[in-house]
Design a binder for this molecule. Structure first.
Ligand SMILES: Cc1cc2nc3c(=O)[nH]c(=O)nc-3n(C[C@H](O)[C@H](O)[C@H](O)COP(=O)(O)OP(=O)(O)OC[C@H]3O[C@@H](n4cnc5c(N)ncnc54)[C@H](O)[C@@H]3O)c2cc1C
Ligand code: SF4
Length: 511
């Protein structure tokens, strides 16, 4: 009996459950590039190129291991351009009598797959994705015991369970969290090291030409293309991170510097999410660097928390609360996404720079995503749906399971505080402290009123004023709301007038 083993574009791991316990000879693998997946949002050109090239490299590796691989390129004649269509064609062509697949990372696709068995008339087995360190049901069991689902407690339980950075029953160094040490503003001239980059082989060159021909209308710049496209290259990049960069990761985790999109971040999210790197390997390697004395605890703990904590936690939130989660809009934010998010002109140096980095690299680091593009979207009340779609399209690491909770929950507070105990709202003061943007900006970060005032400042207070009733029960917002209510009436009016002026200019493309 031959089974069809379907491997999706973000399942490029040899240990993936759909290929587990399979004897390569006699097994039929299917991989397919289809328009339905490449275009359900207008993905960044670099993201499409990365995934198609990595998929083609993975298919070659499988063939090298003895698997028979049916690989359908986007331009294959008769490509039905949908996953189900390709499964159907492959069943007919190979005579396979069943389908095995690892669960996808998206609710939409999982729902579709659950209907495949009835449609295709053969058994379809959907296996857990155990590259993640906790299953969906494991997260649900954890969540069922809690009143509030805070990441910090989840993370501590994960540390204990996996014995990561533990000294017996206690956390290594006597603390679970070294955040206070990890908020250093950038020193003058702070710059990250030069990163590895890869020559294009024949596969990548062919994919780049395909993307140029078929997706040049999509967002972002395709070239120069610098991504790793197989596990070996991704591991080399990660090794460079551990040896040269990790020691500074903690200190400057929140810093932003113009012209330095990466600073000391690992840039591995695209590789982890596509399966070229496995989270447990990455965590153990970083932990070893600490025990070897190659990186300090604040850096290693901060890094591990992102992967063992945040990454697993947001996935748990996604699956627990979908499909309802995607429709949440607790602050009723509906303003259309302005052109500046797609590269339109803006005099706001921080926002312009974050967007340009994004369009150029299909990447920006966490604080740019959260405290610049995300914070601005929150303060300006931009449409939750449109902002989420933007984040899903523009980043090479974006898949709905991770993008949606981060955007809708963490950045936009649209889940009403399920993930974050208070909105990540900040005025220009935060950006000024953590970056070197404000010095060269057309706006004055010190001012809240008047034509030259930093838009973040007036929009911040408008956000508090507009939502003050919604924040009434939130003790972490009480002081801020009280600060607004206490403010001199004339000053309030001037701030609100400046905020309205900023919104008018935002819509007109002149902010
Ligand atoms: C609005 C918004 C949208 C985001 N969208 C995505 C997304 O689509 N895909 C994505 O992988 N991450 C997303 N993140 C989380 C985070 O910003 C990125 O994982 C990170 O910037 C990737 O860069 P890096 O690999 O250099 O990460 P580093 O800063 O070096 O962190 C190491 C790793 O930790 C993990 N990680 C860190 N923070 C988070 C987090 N909040 N949630 C999940 N994993 C995390 C990532 O795998 C990352 O590679 C988003 C954050 C925000 C605020
Ligand atoms: S002044 Fe305001 S808009 Fe300009 S860079 Fe600073 S925070 Fe951004």
């Amino acid at each position: 009996m031959t089974l069809l083993h379907l491997v999706l574009g973000d399942q490029l791991s040899h240990s993936i459950s759909s290929l587990r316990d399979v004897e390569p000879r006699g097994a039929q693998v299917l991989m397919a590039e289809v328009m339905a997946e490449a275009t359900y949002v207008g993905h960044h050109q670099k993201k499409i190129a990365f995934l198609f090239s990595a998929m083609r490299h993975f298919a070659e590796e499988l063939r090298g291991r003895g698997f028979s691989v049916r690989y359908v390129t986007l331009d294959t004649p008769d490509n039905s351009q949908s996953l189900r269509g390709e499964v159907e064609r492959a069943l007919a062509a190979t005579g396979a009598t069943g389908v095995v697949v690892t669960e996808p990372g998206e609710y939409r696709l999982l729902e579709e797959m659950r209907g495949w068995q009835a449609h295709l008339g053969v058994p379809v087995e959907i296996r857990d994705d155990d590259r993640f360190l906790i299953t969906q049901s494991g997260f649900s069991r954890w969540a069922d015991r809690r009143r509030e689902l805070r990441m910090e407690y989840f993370y501590r339980d994960m540390r204990r369970h996996f014995g990561v950075l533990m000294a017996g029953a206690d956390p290594e160094g006597g603390q679970w969290n070294f955040d206070k040490e990890n908020r250093k503003p950038p020193l003058k001239g702070l710059a990250g090291p030069r990163r590895l980059s890869w020559r294009h082989d024949a596969i990548t060159s062919e994919v780049l030409e395909l993307v140029e021909a078929r997706f040049s209308h999509h967002v972002g710049k395709l070239r120069p293309f610098h991504f790793a496209v197989n596990a070996e290259q991704a591991e080399a990049e990660f090794e460079q991170f551990v040896t040269e960069i990790l020691p500074s990761f903690g200190d400057y985790q929140d810093a932003m510097v113009a012209g330095e999109p990466y600073l000391f971040h690992s840039m591995i999210a695209a590789y982890l999410n596509a399966g070229l790197l496995l989270p447990i390997d990455v965590i153990r390697r970083a932990e070893r660097a600490y025990h070897d004395g190659a990186a300090p605890l604040n850096a290693v703990e901060g890094f591990i928390r992102q992967i063992l904590g945040w990454r697993e936690y947001v996935r748990g939130i996604y699956w627990r609360f979908m499909p309802d989660y995607a429709g949440r809009n607790a602050l009723e934010a509906h303003r259309p996404l302005p052109a500046l998010y797609w590269g339109g002109e803006t005099k706001m140096r921080c926002l312009g720079s974050a967007v340009q980095d994004t369009l150029e690299h299909a990447y920006s680091h966490h604080i740019q995503r959260l405290m610049v593009t995300g914070n601005f979207a929150l303060l300006a009340g931009l449409s939750v749906d449109e902002v989420c779609e933007w984040y899903l399209a523009v980043y090479a690491d974006a898949y709905e399971w991770v993008e949606l909770p981060n955007t809708l929950g963490m950045a936009l507070y649209a889940d009403g505080g399920l993930m974050a105990s208070k909105p990540y709202a900040a005025s220009g003061k935060y950006i000024d402290r953590m970056s070197n943007f404000c010095g060269g900006c057309a706006y004055s970060v010190k001012d809240s009123t008047g034509e030259n005032a930093c838009p973040f400042n007036s929009l911040y207070w408008r956000f508090i004023a507009v939502n003050r009733e919604k924040f009434r029960g939130n003790h972490r917002m009480a002081n801020i709301v009280a600060g607004w209510l206490r403010m001199d009436e004339m000053k309030k009016q001037a701030i609100l007038a400046r905020a309205e002026d900023c919104l008018v200019r935002l819509d007109a493309g002149t902010l």
